[in-house]
Write a protein that binds this ligand. Structure first.
Ligand SMILES: [Zn+2]
Length: 106
C-alpha cells in the first residue's frame, strides 16, 4: 500500500473516511458522524457496498496524531477482516485486528 496517496487526503477540518479496495483503489465515503471533527461514521449503504470488496478502511485525524481513539478501537473490532489505516499529523499508521484486540501492523 502506497501511503502517500492517503496523505493526500489529509486536509480539511473534518475527519474523512473511506476504503482501500482489493484492487488498490482508494474510495472516499461520506462521514455522517454528528461530530465529524472528532469521529467518523459511514452510511450503511456504503458499508454494504464496499466492505465485501475492500482490504482496508481509512480515516483521518485532523490536527491530531494517528493513534486510535476509543471509538476507533470499538469500530475496528467490528471489521476484523479489514486492515485499518489512520492518517494523522504524524503520518499513516496501519492497524490490524487479531483475537479480539487491535494492534499496530508492522
Ligand atoms: Zn479515529
Amino acid at each position: 500500500m502506497n501511503t502517500s496517496r492517503l496523505l493526500e487526503l489529509y486536509e480539511g477540518p473534518q475527519e474523512r473516511c473511506g476504503f482501500i479496495l482489493k484492487t488498490g483503489e482508494i474510495v472516499e465515503v461520506v462521514n455522517i458522524c454528528p461530530t465529524p471533527t472528532n469521529g467518523f461514521d459511514m452510511r450503511g449503504e456504503d458499508l454494504i457496498r464496499y466492505t465485501p470488496i475492500a482490504s482496508a478502511s481509512w480515516h483521518t485525524h485532523p490536527g491530531e496524531d494517528s493513534n486510535l481513539s476509543a471509538g476507533d478501537f470499538q469500530s475496528f473490532l467490528n471489521w476484523p477482516e479489514l486492515d485499518h489505516y489512520i492518517v494523522g499529523n504524524d503520518g499513516v499508521t496501519r492497524f490490524r485486528v487479531e483475537d479480539g484486540d487491535v494492534y499496530v501492523a508492522s
